[in-house]
Design a protein around this ligand. Structure first.
Ligand code: NPG
Length: 381
């Protein structure tokens, strides 16, 4: 296919409630949606970078520049297949979320042109997946609020609860939820908030029969994770530390990684995500699909990925309603049994609803072979 233009739509979506983690609070979803036009049709991708570099070094303004100045020019006006994209973008160091967004848009265009679903393309073997939910730290730091939040998600049908933890908000909230729900699959995520000095403290989480502990220590501290993995019975899951197939392989060998949270954006796209899945299967490592508060575009793609056979643990593949009163696409909804149907339409299977996209777009950056234009749809962008 020949890529004629790439439009970056910068969109602001209100969240139904603030989402607080150890690295900060999000009140709105500020997101870059990519629209590729080609000789075979249109495709959409979503960049999972956040407004600020708090989860990782990537952030929206940087992704915008990386896409505009370095990534889009490498695919524009050339005859390519989606499978060529990782190689074409390969010389650019870093910016995996920006790269992944462009790759997804091109994959979507290719798959839609051939009428094939993303799930079938990736090798999914299920038509529905079990859903987990990630429960933020309550804005008022109260256990009562946490319990009310968790009760609500359990009543909706979620099959696994993930609690966000940080120093000062760890053992007690986990104990309270475990006692209230003795059978519920439960896990915790620290987003790197601890250090090697906290190993003895974190070992106390073993009392709560957790599925896993996710990324407790800084992403570059491999020894810290290995030492903790040796001390804890709870399986060590890595998120931010896993950036490629080769580093996943190394961390498994090293003894720092027993489970992987796969996020396509963090590893540069769904093709790399599938490769990490394949590696994990061959190494006997369970994987699950992470979430980055995606709109329907990224959420639908995640649901397709999560339907691959190695995704043996429920992912952060919650309903659109977990974060958005109105999603930018038709909403992806979990049923009362905590299952979500894997979209069967061509590509990831959803597209932005035009009127909503218009209403929520802050700015548009259009790049073609002959140049680029920027337009601001609302003031304050
Ligand atoms: O369900 O989409 C979701 C959110 C799941 O907790 C979640 N994501 O650290 O994994 C994480 C966290 C996150 C959110 C990370 C936003 C980065 C940005």
């Amino acid at each position: 296919m020949i890529i004629d233009s790439v439009t970056i739509h910068r969109v602001a979506l209100p969240l139904v409630r603030p989402f607080r983690t150890s690295f900060g609070i999000e009140y709105d979803k500020d997101v870059l949606l990519l629209e590729v036009t080609s000789d075979v049709g249109v495709g959409w991708g979503e960049c999972v970078a956040a407004p600020a570099p708090l989860y990782s070094h990537e952030f929206n303004n940087a992704a915008l520049l990386a896409l505009h100045d370095h990534l889009i020019p490498r695919v524009l006006d050339r005859d390519i297949d989606a499978e060529d994209v990782p190689r074409l973008l390969g010389p650019v160091r870093g910016h995996p979320m920006a790269r992944g967004a462009l790759e997804l848009a091109i994959l979507d265009a290719q798959l839609r042109a051939s009428g094939r679903s993303f799930a079938s393309y990736l090798g999914a073997d299920r038509s529905a997946i079990p859903c987990g939910v990630s429960v933020g730290i309550p804005a008022d730091d109260s256990l009562e609020t946490l319990v009310a939040d968790v009760d609500g998600y359990v009543a909706e049908g979620y099959r696994r609860i993930k609690l966000k933890i940080e120093p000062g908000w760890d053992l007690e909230p986990t104990r309270v939820i475990r006692e209230r729900y003795p059978e519920m699959p439960l896990q915790v995520d620290a987003n790197q908030a601890y250090s090697r000095a906290d190993i003895e403290h974190l070992v106390a989480l073993d009392a709560f029969d957790l599925l896993l502990i996710e990324q407790p220590i800084h992403e570059e501290d491999y020894l810290g994770h290995k030492l903790l993995a040796e001390r804890m019975a709870t399986p060590m899951c890595l998120d931010e530390s896993i950036l490629s197939v080769d580093n996943a392989d190394s961390l498994i060998d090293y003894g720092a990684c027993e489970v992987i949270n796969i996020k396509a954006g963090r590893v540069g796209g769904y093709l790399a995500a599938r490769d990490i899945h394949d590696l994990a299967v061959s190494r006997g490592i369970p994987v699950w699909c992470g979430g980055m508060v995606e709109t329907g575009i990224g959420r639908a793609a995640n649901v397709a990925l999560a339907a691959l056979p190695g995704f043996t643990l429920p992912g952060d593949t919650s309903s659109s309603t977990r974060f958005f009163a109105t999603d930018i696409t038709e909403p992806l909804l979990m049923d009362a049994d905590g299952m979500m149907a894997v979209p069967t339409g061509p590509g990831p299977g959803v597209t932005p609803l035009p009127e909503l996209l218009d209403e929520l777009t802050i700015a548009r950056y259009v790049t073609t072979a002959s140049g680029s234009t920027t337009s601001f749809a609302r003031s304050g962008a």
